[in-house]
Design a protein. Structure first.
Lengths: 310, 294
C-alpha cells in the first residue's frame, strides 16, 4: 500500500509540473480526457463486469451538446459542461434501460447497435454540422471570471476535473453500492438471492459511467474546440475498451496507463507509420486478449505479489 | 402510373427489391454469425471484415489474375475460408474456455487489422466491380423494371441460406453439429473430432460471409469500410431474430432488409436507423428476440 501511495504522489507531482517540463499541454489534456473516458468506462467493465460496446455515444453526445451550447447559444464553460453531462446521462439512461435486459455478449451487441443509432442521429440532425461536425468551439471562461484561452489554465482545469473524477470513482467503488456491483459481477444468482434488485444497480452503474464519459467528452470538445463524428464513432468505443483492457480492467490506475499508451501511440506513431496505426491498434487488441488479459497494471501487481509473497 | 400515398408503385417496388437484396446479405451474414456463435460461443466481430475480404478477393482476382465472376464465386469464399481456418487455429481456439466477451474483443481487433490493411493498401475511395455479361440488363415485368443481377443475388442467397439450413437441420453432419452445440465434451467422448468440427464451422461461416461479399461486389462500391457498418446492422438483426435459431436469422435478415427498403420510400432520413429502432422495440417487448428461446 505504501508503494501505491508513493506512486500516486509521483504521478501527481509529474501532472502538476507538466507545463514546466515543456510537454505540449494540448497533448497532455487530450491524454487526460481519454484517461477520464477510460476510467468512466472501467467503472462499468472493470467494477461491474458489463462490456459496453457503445460508450462513444455518451462521450460524443455530450461533446456535441457542449459544443453546440458554447457555440450557438453562447453558454459559458461550466454550464455547457454540466449540460453535456446531463445529456450523456439521459442518453445513458435510455440506452441502459434497453440494454440491461440482456447479459454478456447480447449486452455488448445491443449497446453497439444503439450507439450506431446515435451516430446516425449526430450525422443527420440539423444542428450537428453533418460530416464536418461543430468547429471553432470557444473555450469561454469559467464562471465568467477565469478565461480559459490559455492552454496552461485549461490544463489545470482538466487536471482538476480528472482528479475529482478519479477520487469520485474510487469512492463509488469502495462504497456499499460499489460492493454490491462487485457482488453482482462475481455471482449474479447469489446477489439476487440476497435480495438486491440487480437491474437497478446495473442501470445506476451504467448511467454513472455514461455521465462520467460525458464529462470527458465535454472537456474534449472545449479544449480541442470541435466535436466531430469521430467522437461518436464505433472506433472510439473500441479504443476506450482497448485503453481499459490494456491498462488493466478493474484496477484504479490501469485505464490511465492504457489511455496514455494508446493516445501516445496514435499521436506519435501516426507520424511514422501513417494509417497503419489502425492495424497496430488492432494487433495490440489481439495481443491483449490472447496474452495479457489482466492488462499492464494487473499483470504488474500479479508479478509483484508473486515476487514478494510473505 | 398507379400510385400509393403519392409515390409511384414502380418506385416502391424498386426500393423493396433493393431492400430484398440488402436483406439477402443480412440473412447470409447473420446465418454465419448464428452458426459460429451456436457452436463456438464466439461472436465473430470480424464477420464484416471477412465479407469485405470476399469482395476484395473477387476484385483483385479479376484485376490481377483475370479470374472471372463465376470462378470468383467459388474461389473467393474458399480463399477467405482458408484465412478463417488459420485465424481459428492461431487465435480463436485459445479463447473457447474463456468468457465469450474475449472472443468478441479478439475478433474486433482482427477486423481492425484486416480493414486497416485493406485501407492502407488500396485506399479508402473504393472501386467498382463489373456486372458479369450474362447477368447484365433488366427485365420489364410490366409493373416494374427488374435488374437481372439483383434478382440473381436474391435467388442465390435464398438458395444458399436454405441449403445451409437443410444441412444443419436435416442431415447427419448437421445433427453432429447440433449435438456439439448442445454438449461438446460429451460428443468428443463419443469419438467425434470436435476441434475439427469447430475449424470447419468457422471456415464455413466465414466463407459464407465472403460469398456474400462476392455477390455484393457488382451492386455496391468495393471499399475497405463496406463491412464495418454492415456488421453492426447484422448484429442488430441477430438480436432481433434471437441467436439460437437459424431459420430465425434467415427470415429476420430478409424481412429487415425489406423494412429498410420500405423506410427509404416513406421516410428516407430514418432508413439508416430503422433496424436499430426495431431492435430496441423488440428488446422492450420480447427480450429474447423474435425466434429466440431463453
Amino acid at each position: 500500500m505504501r508503494a501505491a501511495g508513493f506512486f500516486y504522489a509521483l504521478a501527481g507531482l509529474f501532472a502538476l509540473c507538466v507545463p514546466l517540463l515543456g510537454i505540449y499541454p494540448v497533448f497532455m489534456m487530450k491524454l487526460l480526457c481519454f484517461a477520464m473516458f477510460a476510467c468512466a468506462y472501467n467503472l462499468l467493465l472493470g467494477f461491474s463486469g458489463m462490456l459496453s460496446f457503445g460508450h462513444a455515444a455518451f462521450f460524443g453526445s455530450s461533446a456535441y451538446a457542449t459544443a453546440w451550447l458554447a457555440t450557438a447559444q453562447g453558454w459559458g464553460a461550466a454550464p455547457a459542461i454540466l449540460a453535456g453531462i446531463a445529456v450523456s446521462a439521459l442518453v445513458g439512461l435510455i440506452v441502459g434501460v434497453i440494454a440491461i435486459r440482456r447479459r454478456g455478449i447480447y449486452f455488448a451487441m445491443i449497446t453497439l447497435a444503439l450507439a450506431q443509432l446515435i451516430y446516425f442521429v449526430c450525422l443527420e440532425a440539423p444542428f450537428t454540422g453533418g460530416e464536418n461536425g461543430l468547429q471553432g468551439v470557444p473555450r469561454g471562461s469559467l464562471f465568467g471570471v477565469i478565461p480559459l484561452r490559455s492552454d496552461v489554465v485549461m490544463y489545470y482545469l482538466v487536471l482538476a476535473a480528472f482528479l475529482a473524477q478519479f477520487v469520485f470513482i474510487r469512492r463509488v467503488v469502495q462504497s456499499p453500492f460499489g460492493q454490491v456491483l462487485k457482488a453482482i459481477r462475481e455471482n449474479e444468482p447469489r446477489a439476487v438471492s440476497l435480495g438486491y434488485d440487480i437491474n437497478r444497480y446495473r442501470l445506476v452503474a451504467f448511467v454513472l459511467s455514461a455521465a462520467l464519459a460525458g464529462l470527458a467528452g465535454s472537456l474534449k470538445a472545449l479544449l480541442l474546440g470541435f466535436a466531430t463524428l469521430s467522437d461518436v464513432q464505433q472506433a472510439n468505443s473500441g479504443e476506450v475498451i482497448l485503453m481499459t483492457l490494456l491498462g488493466g480492467a478493474g484496477t484504479f490506475f490501469g485505464p490511465v496507463i492504457g489511455a496514455a499508451v494508446v493516445v501516445t501511440l496514435q499521436e506519435y506513431l501516426s507520424d511514422i507509420v501513417g494509417g497503419w496505426v489502425t492495424v497496430i491498434i488492432g494487433a495490440v487488441f489481439i495481443a491483449c486478449v490472447l496474452a495479457f488479459r489482466r492488462g499492464i497494471i494487473g499483470e504488474l501487481t500479479a508479478l509483484l505479489r508473486r515476487r514478494f509473497r510473505p | 402510373m398507379t400510385e400509393i400515398f403519392g409515390i409511384p408503385v414502380a418506385v416502391i417496388l424498386g426500393q423493396l427489391m433493393l431492400g430484398l437484396v440488402n436483406g439477402s446479405f443480412y440473412a447470409m451474414l447473420s446465418l454465419g454469425l448464428a452458426v459460429i456463435f451456436g457452436l463456438m460461443g464466439v461472436v465473430n466481430f470480424a464477420h464484416g471484415a471477412f465479407y469485405t475480404l470476399g469482395a476484395f478477393a473477387a476484385l483483385l482476382g479479376l484485376q490481377w489474375l483475370g479470374i472471372n465472376y463465376w470462378a470468383a464465386l467459388v474461389i473467393a469464399p474458399l480463399a477467405v475460408g482458408l484465412i478463417g481456418i488459420v485465424v481459428e487455429r492461431l487465435f480463436l481456439r485459445h479463447l473457447y474456455k474463456l468468457d465469450p466477451l474475449y472472443g468478441l474483443l479478439m475478433t474486433f481487433g482482427l477486423a481492425l487489422v484486416f480493414e486497416g490493411s485493406l485501407h492502407q493498401l488500396f485506399g479508402a475511395s473504393g472501386q467498382s466491380y463489373p456486372v458479369p455479361g450474362a447477368l447484365q440488363g433488366a427485365m420489364n415485368l410490366g409493373f416494374m423494371i427488374l435488374p437481372i443481377y439483383r434478382a440473381w443475388v436474391i435467388v442465390v442467397s435464398v438458395a444458399v441460406c436454405f441449403s445451409t439450413w437443410f444441412i444443419i437441420e436435416r442431415t447427419s453432419v448437421g445433427a453432429t453439429l447440433r449435438a456439439a452445440t448442445e454438449n461438446a465434451p460429451l460428443l468428443q467422448a463419443f469419438g467425434v473430432n470436435v476441434p475439427l468440427l469447430m475449424v470447419a464451422t468457422y471456415g464455413g461461416g466465414v466463407a459464407l460471409a465472403a460469398l456474400a461479399g462476392v455477390l455484393s461486389a457488382p451492386v455496391i462500391v468495393v471499399s475497405p469500410q463496406m463491412g464495418s457498418s454492415l456488421v453492426i446492422v447484422v448484429f442488430a438483426v441477430v438480436v432481433i431474430g434471437g441467436m439460437g435459431s437459424i431459420l430465425g436469422a434467415i427470415i429476420s435478415g430478409l424481412t429487415l432488409g425489406v423494412v429498410e427498403g420500405f423506410t427509404k420510400v416513406i421516410y428516407p432520413e430514418a432508413s439508416n436507423i430503422v433496424v436499430f429502432v426495431i431492435m430496441a422495440l423488440v428488446l422492450i417487448l420480447r427480450p429474447a428476440g423474435l425466434f429466440g428461446r431463453e
